[in-house]
Write a protein that binds this ligand. Sequence first.
Ligand SMILES: NC(=O)c1ccc[n+]([C@@H]2O[C@H](COP(=O)([O-])OP(=O)(O)OC[C@H]3O[C@@H](n4cnc5c(N)ncnc54)[C@H](OP(=O)(O)O)[C@@H]3O)[C@@H](O)[C@H]2O)c1
Length: 232
Amino acid sequence: MTILITGASRGIGFSTLKSLVALDAQHKIYVLTRNTQALKDKIEADSQLKTATIEVIPFDLTHFTKEDLLHLWTEVDVLINNSGLLINKPFSELTEADWLAMFQTNVLGAAQLTQSLLPLMGQNGKTSHVVNIGSMGGYQGSSKFAGLSAYSASKGALAILSECLAEELKDKNVKCNCLCLGAVDTDMLQMAFPNYKAPTTSDEMGQFIADFALNGHKYFNGKVLPVSIMTP
Ligand SMILES: NC(=O)c1ccc[n+]([C@@H]2O[C@H](COP(=O)([O-])OP(=O)(O)OC[C@H]3O[C@@H](n4cnc5c(N)ncnc54)[C@H](OP(=O)(O)O)[C@@H]3O)[C@@H](O)[C@H]2O)c1
């Protein structure tokens, strides 16, 4: 399978990469990241990743064109839109630049990347799966937290986008789902909630996402799924 994942130099993305390799070392995995050297160093330091077929591609969700990407692949079976940006600020202090940065990374970038890769998905009778990494903050009816209004709104938009894409692409062999993650122990969580101890490790969530990315489209399409042991 040809698998693309964005933003996997650290956190949940890197954990997902490790789990994808552990599930099947034969996958061709392309990691789109701004931090190419840091990721290459991590791959080199890991005996399992080192021998897997992983290509690290310099990529910034805020600056790319379709032409930069399309020549790199002939088909895409799985796209994991994992990259995300969180700026924790009271609503009254959020600037236009904060809103634009979060919506560009969390919504528009994921939409543009998916749109760019569509010609390579659902080819030759195979089904492709787009997995958008959302957040419980963007899940309707969940608990909300001060300081996360723009971030949560952007993840809410990503969730609705996932539902729309599933409908619009259903005849093109492309399935799309959104996983709304609860708290996971990463740098991003520490930034949002310093000193909070998350119930889920990055590697645990990476295992779930890797398995879902490979198999979830057999059971789900257009679903916005809460992935959290906390309620509501
Ligand atoms: N941790 C949590 O509790 C939690 C909860 C709910 C949802 N999530 C979501 O889970 C995903 C992973 O988060 P994480 O906790 O692992 O956070 P993280 O450690 O901060 O990692 C975020 C990733 O996003 C990528 N990224 C940010 N801006 C980018 C840009 N302009 N272009 C390309 N990539 C960009 C970074 O990629 P590079 O540095 O590799 O380029 C980084 O690897 C995010 O979508 C986040 O919103 C996390």
